[in-house]
Design a protein around this ligand. Structure first.
Ligand code: GTP
Ligand code: ZN
Length: 390
C-alpha cells in the first residue's frame, strides 16, 4: 500500500526542467516551499508535468459551491471551477474537486484563477449518493492513512471498527486503529489485544490524551508529510487527538463546544490542516457523515482470516451452511473463528451486494438518459438540415 517505494522510481525527476516559464509554482525539489509540507511528491510532479508550462500546482483545502480554497506554494487563495471541471462534475459527481485534490490552476490575464484539471487521485474516500440519480461523492482525496478512532471507555465496539476498516480499505488508504482514553481503563493492553484480533494486518495503538501517552506512535505515521483523516463515533476523541498532534487547539472539541453552548458550527473550521511538526490532517463534515461504501475487495482486505477459510471449503460456491467439509463452519465449531465476526462478515457482504446492485441500476438509468439526450439532439439536427423546425 505504501507509495514511498513508487516515489523512489521517480526521484530523479524534477518538474522545473520541463518548464519554459518561471511562473510555475511547482517547487523544483520536494524539499521546497509549502507544497512540500502538503505532501508534494515526485509522483504528483509527474502527473502535473503536462500542465507545468501553463498552469500552477495547488492542493484543495476547502470546497464550496462556486469555487474552492486552494493552497499554492505562495499561500492560500480562492479559485473558481474551469469549464471542463464543471462539465465533468455535472456528468459524474465524483469528478467534482474534493478536499485533498491536487489541481492545475490557470491564472487569467483578467485576474481570474480557475481550477482546470484534477490530477489523478491515488486514494478517494467516497460517500454513496443518497438518492437514485446522484453518483458517489468524493469527500476526501489523496488520504494516505485513515485513522479509525475508537474509545476504550466505554468498551470498544468491534463491529464498528470492522465496518470502518472496510471503509478505509475501500478508499485505497492504509488503515490505522487508535484507541483513545487509555487513562480511563485499568488494563488497556487487554482491550487492545481484543481489537487487534479483528483488525488483522493493521497497527492498533492505544493513547491517552491527558498525559500524552502513545502520541509519538501516532505521530510516526505522519512522517513524510502524509495525509491523515480521522473517522469514528462522536465523542471518541478525534478532535482531541488532532489537537494533541498539532500541539494547538486546531479543532473544537466536545468540551469547547459544550462550554460555549453554541454547537459545533460556531466558526467555520479548517478542513485541511497542516500540522506544525509535518503531516496533513483532512477533516470535512462529509467525512464525519461518511457511511460504509463496501465492496468485495475491501471486505476481503478487512477479513483475511475468513477469506482464507473460504478458500479451504470443499466446494468453491460453498454457502457455509449445510455443505460438507466447510472450513468456515469447522472453524466456528473449534472456536478458531468467532461466530459474531462471521455474522458481521455476512452482513457486510450483503450490504456490498446491495450497493453494487443499486449503483448498477443508477448506471443503467444514466445510460438511458444519455441515449435519449443524443437521440433528441440528433432529431434536432436533422430537422435543421431539412429546413424544418426553424
Ligand atoms: N480521559 C480522556 N478523555 C478524553 C481523551 N480523548 C478525548 N477525551 C474527551 O472526550 C470528549 C470527546 O472528545 P472529542 O475530541 O470532542 O471527540 P470527537 O471524536 O472529536 O467528537 P465529535 O466531534 O462529536 O465527532 C472530550 O470531553 C475529551 O476531552 C482521552 O484520551 N482521555
Ligand atoms: Zn464453507
Amino acid at each position: 500500500m505504501s507509495k514511498a517505494h513508487e516515489r523512489s522510481h521517480l526521484s530523479s525527476y524534477h518538474p522545473g526542467e520541463e518548464q519554459s516559464t518561471s511562473r510555475s509554482l511547482a517547487p523544483d525539489t520536494p524539499g521546497d516551499g509549502r507544497l512540500a509540507d502538503l505532501g508534494w511528491s515526485a509522483e504528483i510532479a509527474h502527473a502535473f508535468a503536462p500542465y507545468a508550462g501553463s498552469h500552477h500546482l495547488a492542493r484543495v483545502s476547502r470546497v464550496e459551491r462556486g469555487g474552492a480554497e486552494v493552497i499554492t506554494d505562495e499561500g492560500q487563495i480562492q479559485a473558481t471551477y474551469g469549464g471542463d471541471i464543471l462539465a465533468a462534475a455535472a456528468a459524474d459527481r465524483s469528478w467534482h474537486p474534493a478536499v485533498g485534490d491536487w489541481v492545475a490552476l490557470r491564472y487569467w490575464p483578467d485576474g481570474r484563477i480557475t481550477i482546470d484539471a484534477i490530477l489523478p487521485r491515488h486514494t478517494a474516500m467516497v460517500r454513496d449518493g443518497a438518492d437514485r440519480t446522484s453518483h458517489a461523492q468524493v469527500v476526501a482525496a489523496n488520504v494516505d492513512v485513515v485513522v479509525i478512532v475508537e474509545h476504550l471507555d466505554p468498551e470498544p465496539d468491534l463491529g464498528r471498527i470492522e465496518r470502518l476498516l472496510v471503509l478505509a480499505w475501500a478508499s485505497g488508504a492504509t488503515p490505522l486503529v487508535v484507541l483513545t482514553k487509555a487513562d480511563l481503563v485499568p488494563a488497556p493492553e487487554v482491550l487492545r489485544d481484543d481489537v487487534a484480533a479483528v483488525a488483522l494486518g493493521v497497527d492498533v495503538l492505544a493513547v491517552s490524551a491527558p498525559d500524552a501517552e502513545g502520541l509519538d506512535d501516532v505521530r510516526n505515521w505522519l512522517g513524510d508529510n502524509r495525509t491523515m483523516t480521522f473517522v469514528g463515533p462522536s465523542g471518541a476523541g478525534k478532535s482531541t487527538l488532532v489537537n494533541a498532534l498539532a500541539g494547538a487547539e486546531v479543532m473544537p472539541t466536545g468540551e469547547v463546544r459544550a462550554s460555549d453552548g453554541k454547537g459545533r458550527h460556531t466558526t467555520t473550521h479548517r478542513e485541511l490542516i497542516m500540522l506544525p511538526g509535518g503531516g496533513v490532517v483532512i477533516d470535512t463534515p462529509g467525512i464525519r457523515a461518511v457511511g460504509l461504501v463496501a465492496n468485495e475487495d475491501a471486505i476481503a482486505d478487512a477479513f483475511p482470516d475468513i477469506e482464507e477459510l473460504v478458500e479451504q471449503c470443499r466446494f468453491a460456491d460453498c454457502a457455509h451452511n449445510t455443505e460438507p467439509d466447510c472450513a468456515v463452519r469447522a472453524a466456528v465449531e473449534t472456536g478458531e473463528l468467532d461466530a459474531g465476526r462471521l455474522a458481521r462478515w455476512y452482513k457486510l457482504g450483503r450490504e456490498a451486494a446491495y450497493q453494487a446492485r443499486r449503483a448498477d441500476v443508477r448506471l443503467r438509468q444514466q445510460e438511458r438518459a444519455e441515449w435519449k439526450r443524443r437521440e433528441k439532439a440528433l432529431r434536432g439536427y436533422y430537422r435543421l438540415r431539412s429546413g424544418k423546425g426553424r
